[in-house]
Design a protein around this ligand. Sequence first.
Ligand code: G4P
Ligand code: NA
Ligand code: NA
Length: 194
Amino acid sequence: MKLLIDKIEKEGTVLANDVLKVDAFLNHQMDPFLMKEIGEEFARLFSSENITKVVTIESSGIGPGLMTALALQVPLVFARKKKSITMQQDVYTAKVYSFTKKEENEISISHKWLEAGDRVLIIDDFLANGQAALGLLSIVEEAKAEAVGFGIVIEKAFQEGGNLLRERGYRVESLARIQSLKDNKVTFVEETLH
Ligand code: G4P
Ligand code: NA
Ligand code: NA
């Protein structure tokens, strides 16, 4: 997606350890115009799939997830990383290990907001090692809903997440795919440049 790639090139910075900082428009400040375009693009890509629900994880998945849900005219459900006091029981949970933060989080979604037969589009801001995506997938499966595919804003194609999901047969649509962050330089996978 050209708009997103331009934005990454202009406003993204590369930190140590292969991390792309996009606090200017995605992970801290959010650009609502860009989020709107992203939502409409995911809605277009999955338009024939009869999606009934968009699922993401707090916090940075909520922006693109909500815009996608709006464009598809379905609800958004976000998995929580901490159980709220109103949500102690009747939840699906999954353990998600973060290689970046070296910590394990338990994520959860209430039974109430996922139904057997739901056709779910999973949205996230980043796909790196894929642990968050796999956690969301296991929750969707536990609810006997169907994961129709993944919409990812930025895929770090040099990490294993994308392969893990595609090998399992899932459709993964990433709006920007990064080949490398070596030498403080963002190099995109060729195919996403047009
Ligand atoms: P994984 O889910 O693909 O396995 O990712 P990983 O454990 O490596 O990443 C943990 C957190 O770091 C996730 O956010 C993920 O989105 C984010 N992340 C991974 N690589 C990058 C990167 O290059 N740049 C940025 N900006 N983020 C990255 P999170 O902890 O869920 O945080 P948030 O959603 O509250 O922002
Ligand atoms: Na994030
Ligand atoms: Na995220």
